[in-house]
Design a protein around this ligand. Structure first.
Ligand code: BDR
Ligand code: CA
Length: 316
């Protein structure tokens, strides 16, 4: 079976991505690494442990990673982030104090060790700033090159950013580590705002999930309800399933009907910090309508038809 590591800055869409990934029975989630981002590192770790336990996967270990961007010693999430994801990062759903500790091993060492153990069979998925991947690559390039597939939610090429007119949040939060990863010639697949903004969920989608009365399903609904009204402050626009779409691309690649190979770089200074720049010929992009069965283990079977197209960018 394929193995997967998820690297999360556990906010609401990260939480939904985690639930989504756990519903793929053919893939084993061997660990979750955490990062600052939507929340502080401490809260990302706390949310991740609580969510894994809530979803019935308390055996999956959690490894703490970066607490601040490269070259900085601290990090506080901006008020707008707390507005989108809630003060605690998971839509203010209260899950209490975690019942276990993160592993003593660091996120970087866990990624390197897993790369050496599983090689081609390992999928590394990142949905926060790229620090843990960048640090792992810096520490042991050879190990990271063994990983079968790296899929990341991040970037904005053909659409405006979500934290500035230029930049997507995950790249913006530590543009230097993202630039390091992109400059390193490691092949990876990026799922950018270009496509994640086509996965908007609204109240009607969430009400079709039909929670099955478990604490987990109710928490998912509550989080999603918080997020969809707040991401763009407009319930009619809804909230984007950025990180869940990247899970789908990682585990069910046929969802992406077209990919574009590019060499990307990142602007690391000035107003356009975090901007991803590449050579693109996107004029011939084709989109196909499709349906994704979300959260099949947590909700009664109902389909959410919010993913109506997908394309991804492959960084070469
Ligand atoms: C990305 O930034 C984070 O806030 C979300 O969880 C997602 O990973 C969207 O730009
Ligand atoms: Ca995220």
């Amino acid at each position: 079976t394929m193995k997967m590591i998820m690297d999360l800055d556990t906010g609401v869409d990260d939480a939904l991505a985690l639930a989504h990934a756990l519903s793929f029975e053919e893939v084993e989630l061997i660990g979750v690494t955490t990062s600052f981002g939507n929340v502080t590192l401490e809260n990302a770790t706390k949310n991740t442990i609580n969510l894994l336990d809530l979803l019935g996967h308390s055996h999956i270990p959690v490894f703490e990673g970066a607490s601040s961007p490269w070259g900085e010693t601290s990090y506080e999430p901006q008020p707008h982030l707390l507005h989108i994801h809630g003060d605690n990062g998971i839509g203010n759903v209260e899950l209490g104090e975690p019942k276990r500790q993160p592993s003593k091993q660091s996120a970087v060492d866990f990624i390197i060790e897993s790369a050496n153990t599983f090689g081609e069979e390992l999928i590394l998925y990142t949905a926060g700033p790229m620090n843990n991947l960048a640090d792992a690559f810096k520490k042991d390039k050879e190990a990271i090159e063994k990983i079968g597939k790296i899929v990341s939610m991040g970037s904005a090429l053909t659409v405006p950013g979500n934290v500035s007119p230029y930049a997507e949040a995950n790249i913006h939060r530590d543009s230097k580590s993202a630039q390091y990863v992109f400059a390193s010639d490691i092949p990876m697949t990026l799922v950018g705002l270009d496509v994640t903004l086509k996965t908007m969920i609204k109240g009607t989608d969430i009400s079709s999930w039909h929670p099955i009365g478990t604490k987990a399903s109710e928490a998912m609904v509550e989080m999603a309800n918080y997020y969809y009204t707040n991401e763009f402050d407009d319930a009619e626009i809804g909230g984007a399933m950025h990180d869940p779409l990247a899970v789908e691309v990682a585990l069910n690649p046929s969802i992406a009907t077209q990919t574009t190979k590019i060499n990307l770089k990142v602007e690391t200074e000035g107003d356009a910090k975090g901007r991803t720049i590449g050579n693109l010929d996107l004029l011939n992009r084709q989109f196909k309508s499709m349906t994704v069965y979300f959260y099949k283990n947590y909700f009664q079977h109902e389909q959410s038809e919010f993913l109506n197209c997908a394309a991804i960018f492959t960084q070469i």
